[in-house]
Design a protein around this ligand. Structure first.
Ligand SMILES: *[C@@H]1O[C@H](CO)[C@@H](O)[C@H](O)[C@H]1NC(C)=O
Ligand SMILES: *[C@@H]1O[C@H](CO)[C@@H](O)[C@H](O)[C@H]1NC(C)=O
Ligand SMILES: *[C@@H]1O[C@H](CO)[C@@H](O)[C@H](O)[C@H]1NC(C)=O
Ligand SMILES: *[C@@H]1O[C@H](CO)[C@@H](O)[C@H](O)[C@H]1NC(C)=O
Length: 363
């Protein structure tokens, strides 16, 4: 038997494999799709064009009051010859917990910012595909995970950038003593000291840097924890390994603990007031005001100690009625052998001491 059709079959096969070699990565070469894009104009798309969105690999570590740029860029593969109108949306998952919130939405030159971010954010747009978010006047509670989402028609891609403010965690006990704060009271206590409730990540970072505290305190997520770096100090029982110990989530109204507060760099100056006399608490407040300043808050003293190396071996009043002093270089007769902010607790307000004042920039 002859096979009259065989040559034709071979020809078709050759043609197909040839086509596959020439254009192997454009499977939809022959198909166009029509749809609406962000600004409502109908446009014709190659189905084979893909949108990619990349963000920073590394977290961003700015300071309070400063600016941060969260990188994000998008591109097409294969590359497009003319720019396209996309919708860029930035949203934020707070480090302190809660729901994802909108930060900014931009389509072309139109844009809108939301909530606490209104007036503090814009897109960079320095080069084609640049969708970096510029955040100004950073606040302590801006930390968290930011998501950059780019939408072009049906294509919708996103990437995330972590923003962690550079700062420090300090434990806080109110004047009326140990384990007196419920969750709301803890949040208020931090705010009163120019700081905010610390997150677990912030406490963990401070523990790695040596924070040791033997009292349990609230964190922003409603859990209660304490950081242990010196296992030999009896704390939570014998033989406790170093680490951040947790009591887990506690009842926000009924349970009472201390608190861990987070503060970042402050803009301004904390100083020990030169004064001929020792002062009681009311005199101390008045003396700072006479100097064009205010009596310093606990978060401000910690921040100055940590970020500007404030070092003074004189105990001074602070706004909450506590008596403290900052030691950056440990030495004889100035407390323990490690640097730190030393505390004498809350002495009677009629007692006479020095005072630490805070003058913000421009005062
Ligand atoms: C932050 O950015 C604004 C404008 O975007 C600028 O005026 C300001 O000086 C910047 N602040 C810092 C600390 O760089
Ligand atoms: C956003 O809108 C403001 C005015 O609403 C405008 O000044 C600014 O140029 C716009 N564009 C970007 C990219 O932020
Ligand atoms: C964040 O802190 C600012 C003050 O710095 C405050 O006005 C705002 O309410 C805070 N936002 C949240 C969600 O706690
Ligand atoms: C501090 O001393 C002044 C007098 O110089 C007095 O009027 C004030 O009541 C005192 N304050 C306290 C808290 O003892």
């Amino acid at each position: 038997m002859r096979h009259p059709r065989a040559p034709l079959l071979i020809q078709v096969h050759l043609f197909l494999s040839c086509l596959a070699r020439v254009a192997p990565r454009e499977p939809n070469h022959f198909f166009y799709q029509q749809f609406l894009n962000g600004n409502g104009n109908g446009e014709i798309h190659f189905n084979g064009v893909k949108l990619y969105v990349d963000a920073a690999q590394q977290p961003v570590f700015p300071v309070r009051g400063g600016n941060a740029t969260l990188p994000c860029r998008y591109r097409y593969e294969p590359e497009l010859s003319s720019p396209r109108r996309v919708r860029v949306k930035w949203s934020w998952l707070p480090a302190a917990g809660g729901h994802e919130a909108d930060v900014l939405v931009a389509v072309g030159s139109r844009n809108r910012s939301f909530g606490d971010f209104r007036g503090r954010v814009h897109l960079r747009q320095d080069f084609p595909g640049d969708a970096a978010l510029v955040l100004t006047e950073l606040r302590l509670n801006d930390s968290g995970r930011y998501r950059c989402e780019v939408v072009d028609g049906l294509e919708d891609k996103s990437a995330v950038v972590d923003l962690d403010l550079r700062g420090l965690v300090f434990p806080y006990q109110p004047p009326h003593g140990r384990y007196r704060l419920n969750f709301q009271g803890a949040r208020q206590a931090c705010q009163d000291q120019d700081s905010t409730l610390a997150t677990f990540e912030q406490l963990f970072q401070s523990w790695k840097e040596g924070l040791h505290w033997c009292n349990a305190g609230w964190l922003a997520d409603g859990t209660v924890q304490y950081p242990i770096t010196q296992p030999r100090v009896p704390c939570g029982g014998r033989g406790v390994a170093p680490g951040v110990r947790t009591y887990g989530r506690r009842h926000r109204h009924l349970h009472r603990y201390d608190v861990f507060c987070f503060s970042s760099l402050i803009r301004g100056d904390v100083y020990y007031l030169p004064h001929p006399l020792k002062l009681n608490l009311t005199e101390a407040q008045a003396a700072c005001e006479e100097d064009g300043a205010r009596i310093a808050k606990v978060g401000q003293l910690y921040s100055a100690w940590r970020f500007t190396g404030l070092d003074r071996c004189d105990a001074g009043w602070l706004s909450d009625g506590s008596l403290r002093y900052p030691i950056a270089r440990a030495r004889k007769n100035c407390g323990p052998s490690e640097p730190g902010v030393r505390s004498f607790g809350f002495p009677p307000p009629q007692h006479k001491h020095g005072v630490y004042c805070y003058k913000s920039v421009g005062e």
